[in-house]
Design a protein around this ligand. Structure first.
Ligand code: NAG
Ligand code: NAG
Ligand code: NAG
Ligand code: NAG
Ligand code: NAG
Ligand code: NAG
Ligand code: NAG
Ligand code: NAG
Length: 694
């Protein structure tokens, strides 16, 4: 080609790339919309099509976390409700749009006279340890006139219920105070960290703050919700005086709430938009009890107290808003380019579902930041290895250091650095019951090969993305060696045991599980060659892994067209060999499986096994997991038709499942219904395609 033509060719190509649509799907309907997921216990979702269809609530289905928003137009000639529901019969405002970006949820509402935008932002930027660890969010509203004829007046009312800080509306009591003007503080009267623990909990420890410093803030109060609402509706200039009693009082007794009234006065169509924001912040005081070592939130390392943090939150608001816009745009562009707008829409939906299930603390003893993940809904387990592992693609692409921080507490526990003697020869399952780590080794839910494979694979994957920095693993050389030897001794044929699909019960000779162990052994070899051992040791383990991979094909081949569910199961059984995805993540696909063609054979077979709404997990039924289905999509590499089919199935599940709960990771491929699991961080696994693309 002549250079001139080449240039034209390149220009045309660039034009095509620029024209390619990089945006979310416009009419996407989330099964539940994430509003504020400050940490694993403050989780505010909207489970209706519109923000004003249903009360805002926790993922725990019976627990409201109630936010109410009202707009008063033309001095009360019209009052509309844009958020939550109220006893008072108030017409809903028309919702024009809902859009879920990685760190923001944006709503647009309109009446004849006014446009109102409502935006929830969290600084969950994975490149920033400080910002991603803040249990803090902004609730921003902005209004502008749509009326061409007359000036209109607009007032906004936003109410945050005391139900955020109690588990039982009848039995748990709250106390409250105005810490500084416009800065409301709530706490549970029992206020005892680490007393309440488990899965289905709201935070009855620490302090919950709601604050505004807007120049449009007319008034704010903490009083029975119905009183402040009535005052706003009737147009009383000021909200009722703060309730003197200030508790302790059960929430059911009068439903006390924080109420904020903003007054924008008169505006005409030429006016710009006006906006104000609230900061919502959970000062946990203590975040995690790690085997009697009480660990504080990471931000306490930077700020001396909540007031100082709140000051910074106000000062940095517009920077954070700009950063959120840039961060979201960068990710949406990237994900659209990786696999299209449905893929980008799914990844945007789950970003805060992953980060919101984690907390980051400052470990004073070790002088380093540690992170923890809550299993959510299936269990209140702290830092379950086979929950961190499915979520890991999210962290490996956006923040490998975050993943390393999640693993540090597990290594410390396994290595007898706590008062517990950990006696099992394989990797533990988890650390305790949120937010208390105290589990004894005999109390572990045991998944020997699953967790051991997971741990070695994650350590290798992190090191590969951190320039082979493995010095921190030196104290764990004997521990990791013992885990690798456990795998070596148990392969190629795993005994009867649980794997991560524990809802199916234990099984022996599990073929997909064996792949996890084989790849785990290869991962250990990678760690040895990075300096954890020497090259000749590394070669020994890699040779073993290669031999086991070959043995696997002999044990599991059904003699015809695919590999079985278990080595000894009938030839018609099959399963998603989703663990092979991890060999691609750590670059061992060629070494272990290159000549065996397992991946091609399996992918071709899955095409025959599709149900109406997707590819089931295996021949035992119609259930499918979203994370592992996406790993199958990632395993297709070049085969975009099969890949896009799977993405479309998962998108369709999110968009049209009748089950209105925060995105589940387990669904029925014949009915499109979710199976209970909800709001779990394992959906970080959807980032698999992005992980292999970079
Ligand atoms: C949740 O809010 C709705 C609407 O206000 C109310 O009917 C319901 O009783 C509340 N449930 C709880 C457990 O607070
Ligand atoms: C707004 O309505 C209140 C109560 O109905 C009334 O007292 C007040 O004068 C009105 N203000 C304006 C500017 O019309
Ligand atoms: C609301 O958001 C839309 C879309 O981003 C924007 O065009 C509009 O100006 C915003 N309106 C207000 C009142 O901020
Ligand atoms: C709020 O409601 C409770 C329970 O009904 C009542 O005891 C209290 O007096 C009310 N507070 C105000 C300021 O009316
Ligand atoms: C931890 O202590 C137990 C019980 O003494 C022992 O069996 C185990 O080997 C120890 N683990 C390590 C990594 O030293
Ligand atoms: C791994 O297991 C095989 C038997 O399956 C054994 O021959 C070999 O010595 C073991 N390797 C190590 C390093 O323990
Ligand atoms: C590699 O390490 C092993 C175990 O420490 C040791 O026995 C062996 O001599 C070493 N080999 C080389 C080539 O350094
Ligand atoms: C496979 O082996 C396990 C035990 O090793 C046994 O419980 C199971 O019944 C076997 N399945 C078949 C189909 O033979």
């Amino acid at each position: 080609m002549q250079p001139r033509f080449l240039l034209i060719h390149v220009i045309c190509l660039l034009a095509v790339i620029r024209l390619a649509k990089t945006d979310l799907v416009k009419d996407f309907r989330p099964p539940a919309t994430p509003l504020l997921l400050l940490n694993p216990t403050i989780q505010v979702w909207s489970k209706g099509d519109r923000l004003n269809d249903v009360p805002t609530s926790h993922w725990i289905e019976s627990q409201n976390m109630s936010l109410v928003g009202l707009i008063r137009i033309n001095n009360g000639s019209k009052i509309l409700r844009f958020m939550g529901v109220t006893d008072e019969s108030i017409e809903p405002m028309r919702q024009i749009q809902v859009r879920v970006q990685p760190t923001q949820t944006l709503y647009v509402f309109q009446s004849e006279e006014v446009e109102l935008n409502l935006t929830f932002i969290q600084p969950a930027f994975m490149h920033s340890l400080e910002l991603s660890s803040l249990p803090l969010g902004y609730l921003i509203h902005s209004v502008r006139s749509l009326s061409s004829e007359q000036e209109i007046s607009v007032q906004i009312y936003i109410e945050i219920s005391a139900d955020f800080v109690v588990n039982s509306l009848a039995n748990d009591q709250v106390v409250w105070e105005e810490a500084r003007p416009g800065e409301h503080r709530w706490q549970s009267y029992s206020h005892a960290p680490f007393q309440t623990h488990g899965d289905r909990i709201k935070p009855d420890w620490g302090y919950f703050y709601v604050a505004s410093r807007s120049r449009f803030l007319r008034d704010s109060t903490q009083v029975n919700a119905s009183l402040s609402r009535q005052a706003f509706i009737q147009g009383t200039f000021n909200l009722p005086q703060r309730d003197d009693s200030q508790g302790p009082r059960s929430v059911q007794n009068g439903y006390p709430a924080s109420s904020f009234q903003f007054d924008y006065g008169q505006m005409n169509q030429n006016s710009n938009s006006y906006s104000s924001f609230l900061v919502l912040f959970h000062d946990e005081q203590l975040s995690i009890n790690f085997f009697s070592n009480y660990q504080r939130p990471y931000w306490t390392k930077i700020y001396t107290n909540a007031q100082q943090l709140l000051d910074a939150a106000f000062q940095r608001f517009s920077d954070i808003q700009d950063e959120a816009n840039q961060y979201d745009k960068m990710l949406i562009d990237r994900y659209t380019n990786v696999a299209g707008d449905e893929y980008a829409t799914l990844l945007s939906l789950v970003h805060r579902q992953v980060t919101g299930a984690c907390v980051t603390v400052w470990n004073d003893e070790r002088q380093e930041a540690w992170s923890y993940m809550k299993e959510q809904s299936s269990d209140g387990d702290v830092s379950t290895v086979d929950v961190i592992s499915p979520a890991a693609p999210f962290f490996l692409t956006l923040g490998p250091e975050y993943l390393r921080r999640l693993i540090l507490p597990l290594l410390a526990y396994s290595n007898n650095e706590t008062y517990v003697r950990y006696k099992l020869p394989w990797t533990p399952h988890h650390l305790g019951d949120w937010p208390v780590c105290s589990i004894l080794s005999q109390e572990q839910e045991q998944m020997p090969m699953e967790e051991t494979g997971n741990m070695l694979i994650l350590l290798a994957a992190i090191a590969q993305r951190q320039s082979k920095q493995i010095d921190y693993l030196q104290p764990y050389v004997p521990l990791l060696q013992s885990w690798a030897d456990y795998l070596n001794d148990s392969l190629p044929d795993p005994e009867n045991q649980l794997c991560t699909d524990d809802f199916e019960g234990p099984s022996a000779h599990n073929a997909n599980l064996a792949l996890k162990g084989i790849i785990g052994l290869g991962a250990y070899s990678i760690l040895l060659s990075m300096g954890l051992g020497n090259q000749s040791q590394a070669d020994v383990y890699m040779k073993q892994a290669v031999d086991f991979a070959y043995a696997w094909t002999l044990l599991d081949w059904n003699g015809q067209d695919h590999f079985r569910l278990q080595y000894n199961a009938s030839d018609s059984t099959w399963s998603q060999k989703y663990n092979m995805f991890w060999s691609l993540v750590i670059g061992l696909d060629d070494v272990l499986f290159g000549e065996l063609r397992i991946r091609d054979i399996e992918l071709a077979y899955y095409e025959k096994k599709m149900n109406r709404f997707g590819l089931p997990l295996d021949s035992r039924g119609a259930l499918a997991k979203l994370d592992s289905s996406m790993w199958i999509a990632a395993m297709t590499r070049g085969n975009t038709e099969q890949r896009q089919q799977i993405i479309n199935n998962l998108y369709t599940f999110a968009h049209s499942t009748p089950t209105r709960i925060p995105l589940s990771d387990l669904y029925d491929t014949t009915t499109n219904e979710a199976v209970y699991f909800t709001a779990r961080p394992v959906l970080g696994g959807l980032y698999a395609l992005d992980l292999l693309a970079i």
